[in-house]
Structures are given as C-alpha cells and as structure tokens.
Design a protein around this ligand. Sequence first.
Ligand code: FAD
Length: 547
Amino acid sequence: MELETDILVIGGGSAGSMAAIVAKEQNPDIDVVIIEKGEINRSGSIAMGMDALNIVVQPGITTPEQYINSARIAAEGILDYQPSFVMAERSYSILKRLESWGIRFPRDEDDKYISLQVHAKGKFLLEMDSPELKLVLAEKIREAEVRVINRTIITSLLVSEGRVNGAMGFNIRTGEFVVCKSKSTILANGGCARFSLPNSGYLYGTFDYPGNAGDGYSLAYRAGAQLTGFEFTQCSPLIKDINCPLLYITLTRGAKVVNALGKTIDLEYLSTQTMLKELREGRGPIFIKMNHLPEERIQEIERILFTTERPIQKKFWENRGVDFREGLIELGETEYQLCGGHGLTGVVVNEKAETTLKGLYAAGDVACVPLQHLTGAFVFGEVAAEEAVAFVSNSEQRKINEIVWKVEEQRLLNTMDANKTGTVSVQDFEYKVRRIISDYVVPPKNETKLNRFLWWLPRLKKDMKNIKISDYHELSRYEEIRFILDCAELSVIASLTRKESRWGWFHYRTDFPEKDDENWLLHVVLEKGLKSGEVQTALEPIKNGGV
Ligand SMILES: Cc1cc2nc3c(=O)[nH]c(=O)nc-3n(C[C@H](O)[C@H](O)[C@H](O)COP(=O)(O)OP(=O)(O)OC[C@H]3O[C@@H](n4cnc5c(N)ncnc54)[C@H](O)[C@@H]3O)c2cc1C
C-alpha cells in the first residue's frame, strides 16, 4: 500500500488521537493519517478510560510555577523548564476540551473540581470519570475524517538529509507492506512497557500497554534523533500477579499500606520508593488495607477499579475470594519500564514538540517531558498538531527514491524467509531477551553488571536468526524484539555514563552509591553515531529558563 498525506501520526493512543483531531480542527483541508499497530478503539495506555488527569493547573488555585517546583523535586532536577511549563499552562484548557466532549470531572459540594495531592507541592491531580474515554477519542477521529490504518506496525522512518518524510511498516495480519509519504510526521507510539520481565513471567503481563515495545524510541534513534533519560529505569508497587494500578485510587481515598509485620507504612506523597524499600528490606509482602473505610468509600473505589481502567479486576478479586471490606490487597513489584509519561525517558523535544529531526514531532510517552502522564500526552498531542499544521503549509511533499522503501520491504521479506526454518519460538526468544534485561540492565546497577549485557547483545542479535517466524504476527513480534534490544542498549549506555546514583532505586549504582549534584545535574543525551553506528553520548545542561 502506498499512501501520501500531509501529516502522518504514528500511534493512535492518547497523544496520537489528540494530535490527529486537533490537526483537522486547525485545518480541515489537510489530510491526516494515523497508522496504528492495534485497533484504535481500544489501543494504547487508555484501553477504556482513566480515573484522573494527573496534572491540572487550575486558574486561581495553583500556578504553572508551583507545578514546575513540584516536578523538579520529582525529577530530582533533571527537567527542562519550558516543555513542562507549557504543559502545566495548557492543562486547564485540555480539561475544558475533554469536558466539552462529555468527559466528566466530578465536583464537590462547593462545585469545585475534586483535586487530590500526589505531588510534593500542590493539588494537581483532578478526578476524572471516564470509562469510555478511548471510544470518545475514536469517535472524534471518525468525525474529523482522519484516515486510520489499523493493525499496521511501523518498522522504519523515511529519512533523508536530517528530515523525516514518512514511515514504512506492514499489516500484522496480511503482511501487506505499507509506505506512507508525509510532509510531517508525529511520533506518538508510547514508551517501552515490555522491558524487563514481570515477576509473573508473562510477557504481556505488564503494567503499561504491552503493545508498546519501545518502537518509537528505536525508530527515532535509528533515524538519527536525540534521546535522553534512558538511565531512569522504573518500576512500581502494584497489584501482585496482575500488575493493575490502584495506588492513587485507594490511597487518596483513605486506604493504608501495611507491611508483613502489621505496621502501617508512613508514605510521604504516596512515595512508591518507600513501598519498594519495604519489599527490598524484607518487610514484605506489603498490602493495601481498606477495612477501616466506610461502606460508601469502598463502593466508590470498587466502582472506579471495576469500570474505568481494567474491569477484569472485578473477576480477579472474586476468583481470589477477596472482598475489600475484609481482605487485604497484596502489592508486588512490577517489571521495569522506560517511559516519558511515568518517567523521564524519551525522544528529546522542546516546548513545540519538535524533535532534533526536521519534520518530526513527538508527543506522549515517547517524548521526554518528565512525568507528564495523560496531561502531557493530550497537551503535546495538541501542540504537535498545531506545529505540524504550520509546518506543512510551508512545505512540499519530498520526492522519495523508491529504492529506500524497497530495501525495507526486502529486509522484512528476507527475515520472513530466512526465519521460516528457525527453531526457537518468538515467545521463548523474547522471554530470554527480557530475562537478560532483568539480570543486567535494571537496578541495582554497576559497571560490571551493565557490561555483561553488552557482552550478551551481539550474541542475542546473532541468535535472532534462530527465531521461528510462521506468520506476519510473529514477524511483528520479531521486530518488537529488535526495538526492545535497542532500548536495552540505550539504557545500558546511559546508565554507564551517569556515574552517580539518582532517583532512589531507579538509577542506583552500587559503584557510585551517592547522588552527585555538583557533577551530574545534567541530561545524558544519546544519538546514533553517523560513522560508527554506535551509540554516542553527550552531557547537556538543564535548561531551567532562568528559574
Ligand atoms: C494502567 C495505566 C493507568 C494510568 N492512569 C493514569 C491516570 O489516571 N492519569 C493520568 O494522567 N495518566 C495515567 N496514565 C498515564 C497515561 O495513560 C499515559 O501517559 C498516556 O496515555 C500515554 O499516551 P501515549 O499516546 O503516549 O501512548 P499510548 O496511549 O500507549 O499510545 C501509543 C500507541 O502507539 C501504538 N504503537 C506502538 N508502536 C507502534 C508502531 N510501531 N506502529 C504503529 N503503532 C504503534 C500503540 O498500539 C498505541 O496505540 C496511566 C497509564 C497506565 C498504563
């Protein structure tokens, strides 16, 4: 399939959906295409809805400056001022946009939005009641007449002379090769959920949407964009065995965390690091306790947990015979992930969502706007759309040499052909890759351990020829393993570069156990070396906008 469009959006999750809707709103005459790996009605981190918009600066109540102070504390100083400021400044209008689409933000008896404190300074989290949020976005996309190509995985960007001119991939079911030429491209394909293995050992039993395998990081890296924050390897304490989130929903409504010794854990700002410490220091298992809460509170919590994000939870608890009125909810440590929404990892962007490549914008978890959550995905979806619309009005469709996409098509065909007789299932191979990531890439880190992964890397790449590929779905999973390996390499190089410990456990180096603000209040920036093909590193100062 050969497509041509003004704006190509890669990934139809939160950021990509918003970007496509806003681009058509800005100029209904331009053509917008979304290429989505899954099916847009339910794909991405929001499969159903969400219970909160985690960052909203309400006029007259909080200010963007307060938010920046809070975010700086959370990011331990590794945060540029401008993109986070823009996100905070535009967050209230995002709320109003969502309200105008029928998304409900509950209010209290004084008619004020219900806000909760999960940040160090200020109540920025606003409750949201939206079990159908993803369907609402999908409907808006249809209304705007955006062209959506579902079940198509992008495997490479079209790039020449530092400018991105579209992307290539294939349909996961039919294998049809897809090339889409575009005047500008918005990368919105999430973080890397499938990084280390979850304790359950289930490849897809991850906290974040398992369809995101670091595709966007790898695509941007291979195209020559700069990336940062790959040493921030994070995990969370969530519901053991199923990895569903519930901390903000329960703890902000009065639930407590108790350890195996029956002691209530004192949590400053719902600190996940404190909970993880209990587990690591042998006072686990730890549990959420709700039996002291009034019946209406428990019902409120059940309503959110059983409708909004993953309704499967209801069945999960029923099957385990746990009733929140009496029973405890065991928490376990999730897998490690790389993410620009819950973490600090991503493609380098400025406040206009511009990457370091011309014509390429990035929004949401794929971009590094630290701890931006859903608010960032929506705000930078808007920003990227506005900028891309302005960009395409002054630019022509580039002529692209057909050979470029024939090479990518042939690479995929060759892989399919050569791996027909492979002997290792794609599942087993992914298991091995992620088991080795669990062994060597995640904390606690040290130079020897991180280098062990670099010893494994060429062997794993070579062994990919043994993967058995029988259909296009398996080919897509082969491609995802490539993305995961790229992410692991980037993470190891960044972790080796940052010779200090920071962000508690998330970048804890036993050979440099102290935080060193004097030397390391810097970004570790990664880029593909043009000649060597190896990862190049640079240390960049924090752009603090004079604050
Ligand atoms: C369980 C959970 C609960 C959360 N709760 C909250 C909350 O209450 N409040 C809040 O503010 N934030 C919350 N967040 C964070 C928030 O949901 C995310 O930050 C945000 O949705 C990310 O949007 P995104 O568009 O970047 O990624 P996604 O929505 O994940 O979209 C990425 C899309 O890209 C597609 N894709 C990936 N690779 C490719 C490829 N190679 N080719 C084509 N398509 C591709 C995927 O299929 C997916 O549809 C939560 C996150 C999770 C996982």
